[in-house]
Design a binder for this molecule. Structure first.
Ligand code: G1P
Length: 286
């Protein structure tokens, strides 16, 4: 069985839900307390053993490249007594052993298309896909690491899932399981009446490279886009696809409310800020 070494991060989306904040900066660079959203996802991948991160970007996302690159000027300024911890912070953004690869999605044709843009870079090996909008807090073992463990035990394609509100099925890929716990159907954003269950796909996937063949065959789906869901739906007719109910708390940072909740919770957990933020919130709510 091949080790999961590569992770694809589709980051070409426009982030219109966060305008005007995202007019000139990528939505993935919005911060949760003191680090950009994308860094949480990349940290999760690197800690799970990924050594090649593949960003599928667009022309407005240069700040992401700069964030994961070395900034010599800044490092030179911080090479001074008393600034060691800041320098350390800067250098710990990405270990030198991890390679970053960037490829462009020239047209906004959807998540399936974005993943397909990484085909040549991924090659013939299983890989992970992480959607940075889904921030998952798992202090014990990250969601991706849990999934890699299941992949290593089964060799199957793995989708992260969680129960979603019945009224919100139209925001997720919704799965149907058989008695053995294998995924037998997957529908992109069905209305509550048509949803096969309340188990929604969250933005972590482990996929075999055979997904690319399927993505090449599907056409435009829900929302006028090439959907990863539709590719997986074809894949599950040939290969095993397992749903993994991860341990952890997911924040939907693609919505303003989810983003604010993440900021509050991460601020409360922050080693330096936590106490003061808790006190402040108590006073506010009194
Ligand atoms: C995408 C997928 C959807 C999945 C969701 C998880 O939708 O198409 O199947 O459930 O991510 O966040 P998006 O949120 O990009 O519209």
């Amino acid at each position: 069985m091949k080790r999961i070494r590569k992770a694809v991060f589709p980051v070409a989306g426009l982030g219109t839900r966060f305008l005007p904040a995202t007019k000139a900066s990528p939505k993935e660079m919005l911060t949760i307390v003191d680090r950009p959203i994308i860094q949480y996802a990349v940290d999760e991948a690197v800690r799970a053993g990924i050594d090649e991160v593949i960003f599928v970007t667009s022309e407005t996302k240069r700040a992401i490249e700069d964030h994961f690159d070395v900034n010599i000027e800044l490092e030179t300024k911080l090479k001074k007594p008393g600034k060691e911890s800041l320098l350390g912070e800067l250098r710990s953004i990405l270990p030198l052993s991890v390679t970053c690869v960037y490829t462009r999605q020239h047209e906004p044709l959807g998540l399936g298309h974005a993943v397909l843009c990484a085909k040549k870079i991924v090659g013939d090996e299983p890989f992970a896909v992480l959607l940075a909008d889904d921030l998952i807090y798992s202090p014990e073992q990250s969601a991706l690491s849990q999934m890699i463990e299941r992949y290593e035990a089964t060799g199957a394609n793995i989708l992260a899932v969680e129960m979603v509100k019945p009224s919100e099925t139209d925001q997720y890929g919704i799965i149907e399981l058989n008695a053995e716990g294998e995924v037998i159907n997957l529908v992109e954003k069905p209305s509550p009446e048509l949803a096969p269950s309340n188990l929604g796909v969250v933005g972590r996937y482990i996929l075999n490279s055979s997904i690319f063949e399927e993505l090449e065959k599907i056409g435009i789906g829900t929302g006028g886009e090439i959907q990863l869901t539709d590719g997986i739906c074809r894949l599950l007719k040939k290969e095993t696809v397992i749903a993994h109910r991860f341990e952890g708390i997911r924040y939907d940072c693609g919505s303003k409310f989810g983003y604010v909740k993440a900021n509050i919770d991460y601020a409360l957990r922050h080693p330096e800020l936590g106490g003061a933020v808790k006190q402040y919130l108590k006073e506010k709510l009194r």
